[in-house]
Design a protein around this ligand. Structure first.
Ligand code: F6R
Length: 670
């Protein structure tokens, strides 16, 4: 939520604008309702340009304005306090226009902003925006007026505010310096040749900065072009090593695709290999290698590794996450319960924070987060640790806040996920949970899991990249089916245009027949129930079509009332061979939908499934096939079809796929 960046260097003419706009573009996934920039003009005064709209609108607003200078800050916003508007956009200043002593960008929420604002108003200070951020700017300005230097003014402000923030502050007539500080919101420093950065995300300076370091809570940094002074907000010097920034420019480009989301869906077969590499050691007795298990922890005054803890002390698992990562958690719950017989509970992180989940020092809390920066999940991890649990984190972003808060964990290594809708991280999270489960089986050796079963799971994991490749190769089928959902009369023109471009005339007749879907149901049993939840979420968030995911057997208890000839129902069918009973039950559910004229689309496994039986006497409209795998891994393959379906529907409806309305990728507020 909100992306902030600060830069100090000696860029050539007009380079400051390019650097800051480029950084904002790469952080636009964090918010995109308004954007702004501030820099020092030649006379030492602060110039601010800001606008409602996207980063591209800010770039246009800067046309004709010479942005020259060595130091600047910028912001892309996801509104919390005050609606998106030019005035509410950041940077904010302590005083209007050229009177400003400072300009400031902020990510986070100041909980006591209204109390502080009132107090400052009574002192005669004026506010122009509705934001909590302006309170920070005015407070810092007030301390500067009282004779403090900028660092002290920030420290005194920190002592007064409650809430979360990461800020970068630009000082009038400052001597090529920026000061940044954080408390509860992420901030990362980048160091390049003759320049330094600070930003909400390292992506902002990939390609320019070579080294990086994350700030911890209650730390600050004073940047000049060739140095950084790193201290706590209590003025203690911090010595933390810079680490190499290993993200390539290619990894953050669209790779020739129209949207990041499509690129990220299609690259899943390749990147999932990174999640698996070196972690499954094949052989007659397959072993799982997870380096994080060697981390030392203290339990009741005794030192042990996390591996020892899992083997000898673990009694209960709690999984906590948000959104798509929570869906992965549900799949993990099923794996752990089925293979280990361990009691597992999955809790939304936002509920975990405020609710009561029994936890002690024999509980493992697994946090799952693509970004590792989701505020609710971070707070859940902190609470779990306070209650004595061991926290194992699954995230994609190396060095993220969650990975630092947790005791240990595993990275997904699927590369930056930039599309707001999570895709490749979801399938990798399932794989990471399967690896973890298999490792626990190895450590705890439950009597009911034979060596053959362990071997089967390891083989199924290793087969996934090639199988995912086959599903991706089938991508055009999802696009065909998308017409069923997407085409309502007011979108007909767009759909026809799309059809003409995609050269699939066969679909025209479908289009005519199936106009009108504005709701959808996703059904599945067992592991596929959770895949259904995720399929529905994908559709909702990027196409704005209302969709619900249900346990297929639960449908008859209510949602069946919704089914009529206009309702598309996507059913994820389990493979027949592994669990014939569940398969038969799902076939009955399909019949129930078809009997009410629902428009059934299936995702089914090749292998033992009988296509004729699946078509239910021709009542099923389309089947999307996935290669045969174990039930626990079916969601990995089925999700690719579900993601593509959502993508194509959104594309036909003309939705802004990588930046859906009201959403932001990294939810850094509670
Ligand atoms: C949905 C989506 C969100 C995230 C959720 C948690 O496509 O992306 O539901 O899954 O905001 O984000 P992370 O995984 O970064 O904690």
């Amino acid at each position: 939520m909100c992306g902030i960046i600060g830069f100090v260097g000696n860029p050539g003419s007009d380079q400051l604008r390019r650097i800051l706009i480029g950084g904002l573009e790469r952080m636009e996934y964090r918010g995109y309702d308004s954007a702004g920039m501030a820099w020092l003009e030649e006379d030492g005064c602060i110039r601010v340009v800001k606008t409602q709209g996207k980063v591209a609108d800010l770039d246009r607003a800067l046309n004709g304005i010479p942005v020259k200078g060595c130091v600047g800050i910028a912001h892309t916003r996801w509104a919390t306090h005050g609606p998106p508007s030019d005035i509410n956009a950041h940077p904010h200043t302590d005083q209007p226009n050229r009177m400003a002593q400072i300009a400031l960008v902020h990510n986070g929420i100041i909980d006591n902003a209204s109390v502080l604002r009132e107090r400052l108003r009574q002192e005669g200070r004026e506010f122009v925006s509705e934001t909590d951020t302006e309170v920070l700017a005015v407070l810092i300005g007030k301390f500067l007026e009282h004779g403090d230097d900028l660092v002290t003014a920030i420290q005194r402000t920190h002592a007064l505010v409650k809430g979360a923030y990461a800020i970068v502050v630009l000082l009038k007539r400052g001597t090529g310096q920026l000061v940044a500080a954080c408390h509860g919101s992420p901030l990362v420093v980048g160091v390049g040749e003759g320049c330094t950065f600070v930003a909400s995300d390292r992506l902002a300076f990939v390609g320019t900065a070579k080294k990086t370091l994350f700030l911890e809570d209650d730390e600050m940094v004073i940047l000049t072009a060739d140095s950084y002074d790193h201290r706590t907000l209590a003025n203690q010097q911090v010595e933390r090593e810079l680490v190499e920034l290993r993200i390539s420019l290619d990894a953050i480009a669209k790779g020739g695709q129209k949207h990041f989301m499509l690129k990220e869906i299609l690259e899943q077969p390749t990147v999932i290999t990174n999640t698996l590499t070196g972690r499954v050691i094949d052989g007659p007795e397959p072993r799982v290698h997870l380096g994080g298990l060697r981390t030392k922890i203290e339990i009741g005054g005794r030192s042990m590794t996390i591996g020892d803890f899992l083997q000898n002390h673990l009694e209960r698992v709690v999984i906590t996450a948000c959104g798509t990562s929570w869906h992965a958690g549900l799949i993990g719950e099923r794996m752990l319960e089925a293979l280990l017989g361990l009691p597992v509970k999955v809790v939304y992180a936002s509920e975990f924070i405020t609710g009561f989940t029994p936890i002690n020092n024999r509980t493992l809390v697994i946090t799952i987060s693509q970004s590792g920066e989701t505020k609710d999940t971070i707070e859940a991890a902190r609470k779990a640790k306070r209650q004595g649990a061991i926290v194992w984190n699954i995230s994609n972003v190396v060095g993220s806040t969650l990975s630092r808060v947790a005791d240990s964990g595993v990275y997904l290594h699927v590369g930056p996920e930039i599309g707001v809708a999570s895709t490749k991280a979801f399938t990798a999270q399932i794989v990471a949970l399967a690896l973890f489960t298999l490792k626990l089986v190895e450590l705890r050796n439950p009597a009911w899991v034979t060596d053959t079963r362990r071997q089967e799971i390891a083989n199924a994991l290793l087969a996934l990249p090639a199988q995912m490749e086959r599903v991706v190769a089938d991508a055009k089928h999802a696009r065909d089916i998308a017409f069923q959902f997407a085409c309502r009369s007011r979108w007909l023109c767009r759909c026809f245009k799309y059809l003409a471009q995609s050269r699939t005339p066969r679909s025209v007749s479908w289009l005519m027949r199936l106009i009108g879907a504005s709701n959808a149901l996703y059904l599945g049993r067992g592991y596929n129930f959770h895949a259904a939840l995720e399929g529905a979420l994908k559709l909702k968030e990027i196409s704005y079509v209302h969709a619900d995911g249900y346990a297929a057997g639960e449908m008859k208890h209510g949602s069946i009332a919704l089914i009529d000839k206009r309702m598309p129902v996507v059913v994820i069918v389990p493979e027949k061979g592994e669990d014939e009973e569940t398969y038969a039950r799902v076939i009955s559910n399909i019949e129930e939908v078809a009997a009410r004229k629902g428009r059934v689309i299936l995702i089914a496994s090749e292998g033992d499934s009988n296509p004729e039986e699946l078509r239910c006497g021709g009542k099923v409209e389309r089947i999307l096939w996935i290669p045969k795998t174990l039930a626990m891994l079916t969601p990995v393959l089925a999700s690719i079809h579900l993601q593509l379906l959502a993508y194509h529907i959104a594309e036909m409806r003309g939705c802004p796929i990588d930046q859906p309305r009201n959403l932001a990728k990294s939810v850094t507020v509670e």
